[in-house]
Design a protein around this ligand. Structure first.
Ligand code: PLP
Ligand code: COI
Length: 359
């Protein structure tokens, strides 16, 4: 791919490695540049890296009306050799195309996506935040730009990649502090045949009302059930998991209402390194609650790129009943999963072949 570079003058861009003073937070900061590529006349064209800034868009751009927009989330880490490494970026590129299929957006060749992201990180590498636990969060997204008001797939799109020097996603929580989830029967994230298995922007707009309800219950987020309120599905920005007293990690089986988390898939492949069985199964709510109450389930949490491994130490129901997982503290299994997983990302432990790639 022949990328055009229109970079900020050296005097206006970061020339020294970013050493933030306070906690960088999640998703707040931007780097100097972004990658753009357009789709018109049936092909992706004009790949370019330009200063980060506003888009010019027609008020009739179809993304603004009908939400034809998808995104990805990935991370890059600095290893001890001072180089930046992406984590399983090929999986994000593949999932971008699965999401694209679900909302009728044309695919982008996987290698093109990888080249775009690597070129952008290379240009803005000084923005890597030198702070414990921080990363460069990578946000690729595609949106419909055609100026037309009929409800049909747009004929024009823009693919953009932006970067955000970031730390932990949940302001409370992180692996040292558990969060509470609201188990909701009123709100549903997805139904079979819908867009739940994609990272369609509309899925996240639809989750905001449930997020507000969660906050009213003092919970960080909701845990969604299937449309019949019988099975555990996932959280708005992470998959769910629980751990049995024999150490087995259980992740709800992927259906077309659950996003196939790259973090979950990674944990499923790390059983040997974690020293336990990791499997997927249908998780029935009634049994899940009974198993927490009987002590059969000892830990629970969520997996996601932004959320990493987030322990859930209690659940609240819409009738305000609360159940506590284990002793209500972050357990040793979750701490181990977090350490093994993040050590691989940071290059402190050798993970499976090809998981980390140098930019
Ligand atoms: N589920 C949803 C709805 C998400 O938005 C995310 C975040 O991307 C995840 C799960 C976790 O997926 P991953 O581990 O690939 O980030
Ligand atoms: C991610 O984990 O990368 C996500 O995309 C979740 C996001 C909604 C913050």
């Amino acid at each position: 791919m022949d990328i055009k570079y229109n970079l900020k003058p050296a005097s206006e861009r970061r020339t020294e490695q970013f050493t933030p003073e306070g906690n960088v937070g999640f998703g707040k900061l931007r780097t100097d540049h972004m990658f753009l590529m357009d789709y018109r006349d049936g092909q992706w064209c004009d790949p370019r890296i330009v200063p980060y800034g506003p888009f010019e868009m027609a008020p009739g751009a179809m993304t603004l009306h009908y939400g034809q927009s998808i995104f990805e989330g990935a991370k890059a880490f600095m290893h001890d050799d001072g180089e930046i490494y992406t984590f399983r970026l090929n999986m994000n590129a593949q999932r971008m195309n699965r999401s694209a299929d679900i909302v009728c957006i044309p695919n982008i060749d996987e290698q093109m996506q990888l080249d775009a992201i690597n070129a952008l990180i290379d240009v803005d590498r000084n923005w890597f935040p030198m702070q414990e636990g921080a990363c460069l969060y990578i946000r690729p997204f595609i949106f419909a730009t055609e100026d037309r008001l009929s409800v049909s797939p747009s004929q024009q799109y823009t693919f953009c990649v932006m970067l955000s020097p970031s730390g932990a996603y949940y302001s409370s929580g992180g692996v040292n502090e558990g969060i509470r989830l609201l188990i909701t029967t009123k709100f549903h994230r997805a139904v079979s045949g819908g867009t739940g298995a994609s990272k369609a922007a509309g899925n996240y707009a639809a989750s905001l009302r449930a997020g507000k309800a969660a906050a009213e219950y003092g919970a960080a987020q909701v845990l969604y059930l299937d449309a019949n309120n019988q099975q555990i599905e996932e959280v708005g920005a992470m998959n769910h998991f629980h751990i049995l007293k024999d150490g087995t990690i259980i992740i709800p089986k992927f259906t077309d209402t659950i996003l196939q988390s790259i973090t979950s898939k990674s944990i499923l492949e790390l059983g040997d390194m974690l020293g336990c069985e990791v499997r997927q199964e249908t998780v029935m709510l009634d049994k899940f609650i009974a198993d927490i109450e009987s002590g059969e389930i000892i830990e629970a949490g969520g997996f996601g790129t932004a959320a990493v491994v987030s322990p859930v130490t209690s659940y609240i129901f819409e009738d305000h009943r609360v159940i506590t997982v284990g002793d209500g503290k972050v357990g040793p299994h979750i701490q181990k999963i977090y350490k093994v997983f993040t050590d691989i990302q940071k290059g402190l432990t050798q993970g499976p072949e090809g998981w980390v790639k140098r930019v």
